[in-house]
Design a protein around this ligand. Structure first.
Ligand code: NAD
Ligand code: WQD
Length: 338
């Protein structure tokens, strides 16, 4: 069993991954400055697993945070680095905050990680592909100029990691390029906690479903897709958590010859906005009020993963359907009401 440092471990994807790690018997240390979550998530994790990870409410923008964690825990085998800001629109308004948080935290962690053979997993994003020319998207697709400072932090993050793998031959890194994570743990004890008006489709739908929002605006209905709305690859967050376990096991078992590897983490299936609405209507038994609105600036027409590499190399593939993921998102939204 491994000792795993999870940064941003009380966030949306981090908390689900912490649950998977604890359930698999690993020792978990969480660091999270609570900038985009709250400490009650720790109670949810404990209620699900019966175990409480060691928690540090600290900011990784302070360089001493990483050095303190590694000196207190010399037995760390793996780091899963989720901590970052993630709002695409906000990153355009406040690029320096995004470069500072998403890149400095990475550099400070790496300054400690490179001292020892520690496995490192980085949260990257399908956003690095922009509008790929070929679908489904392979990991070998070119990384296009980022459409936002947020996207750029993921591209630069991957480059920093590749440079470090060249400079420190014992360093082993996996970058997971997530597609569109949705849903919540089946217990509805942890899930996504969007602050303010959700920018992402599924939380906007479920908040509309419970009456917190009047109606959904569907951004664009004239895209060159079968129903005119954009296509994405929506992956259940619990599947995504499991992908981290598979990636970590590969790194710890030293199965990979390459020191830096990249994997798409998606279902391989594209769904349009109208199909997502239908899935919501089916699992909730309610109809969703929506209107068509102009396209949102920066949106790509279609993005879904080629998952061959993850399934053959990591032995991981998504288990949950869009409807199952949507049902869990709906249960979580209703739980938030209580
Ligand atoms: P999230 O905001 O829910 O989780 C990030 C966590 O990191 C939060 O709990 C936040 O409080 C913490 N954090 C941020 N800055 C910190 C700092 N300086 N020090 C300590 N803690 C800090 O986001 P998420 O959806 O769970 O995303 C996790 C990672 O996955 C991020 O790197 C994000 O960019 C990436 N990602 C997310 C998506 C998505 O759609 N959710 C898609 C692709 C990639
Ligand atoms: C999905 C679809 C919208 C809201 C974002 C980030 C990306 C990655 C994942 C982190 C699109 C449409 C949405 C609404 C709508 N995150 N939509 N009405 O844009 O694919 O990706 O999250 O790395 O970087 O950009 O996800 O959920 O915002 O949108 O019609 O109110 O839903 O146009 O087609 P997106 P999303």
């Amino acid at each position: 069993m491994a000792t795993v440092l999870v940064t941003g471990g009380l966030g949306y994807i981090g908390s689900h991954t912490v649950v998977s790690l604890l359930e698999a018997g690993h020792k978990v240390i969480v660091v999270d400055n609570l900038v985009n979550t709250n400490a009650a998530v720790l109670d949810g994790i404990t209620a699900i697993t019966g175990k409480k990870p060691q928690f540090y409410p600290l900011d990784l923008r302070q360089p001493e945070t990483a050095s303190m964690l590694f000196s207190k825990h010399p037995d760390i085998h793996a780091v899963i680095h989720f901590a970052a800001f993630k709002a695409v629109g906000e990153s355009v308004e406040k690029p320096l905050d995004y470069y500072q948080n998403n890149l400095n935290t990475l550099v400070y962690l790496l300054q400690e990680v490179v001292k020892k053979p520690i496995a490192f997993i980085f949260s990257s994003s399908c956003t690095v592909y922009g509008q790929a020319l070929e679908l489904p998207i392979l990991e070998t697709a070119p990384v296009l100029k980022a459409m936002s400072p947020y996207g750029n932090t993921k591209q630069i993050g991957e480059e920093i990691l590749q440079d470090c793998c060249l400079a420190y031959p014992h360093l082993k890194v996996t970058a997971l390029r997530y597609f569109n994570p949705i849903g919540a743990h089946e217990s509805a004890l942890i899930g996504e906690l969007p602050i303010g008006v959700p920018q992402n489709l599924v939380p906007f739908i479920t908040q509309t479903g419970v009456g917190k929002r009047a109606q959904l605006s569907v951004f664009g209905n004239d895209y060159p897709t079968p129903d005119g709305t954009c296509i994405r690859d929506y992956i259940h967050v619990v599947d995504l958590a499991e992908a981290h376990m598979a990636a970590m096991n590969r790194l710890l078992n030293l199965t990979s010859k390459a020191s830096f590897e990249v994997f798409n983490v998606g279902t391989g299936k594209g769904s349009s906005v109208l199909e997502v609405i239908k899935a919501y209507e089916k699992v909730s038994g309610r109809s969703l009020p929506f209107v068509f609105a102009p396209p949102r600036q920066g949106d790509v027409t279609a993005a879904y993963a080629n998952t061959h590499k993850a399934s053959t190399v990591l032995g991981w593939q998504a288990r949950f359907s869009l409807e199952e993921a949507m049902a869990s998102a709906w249960a979580w939204e209703n739980k938030l009401l209580s």
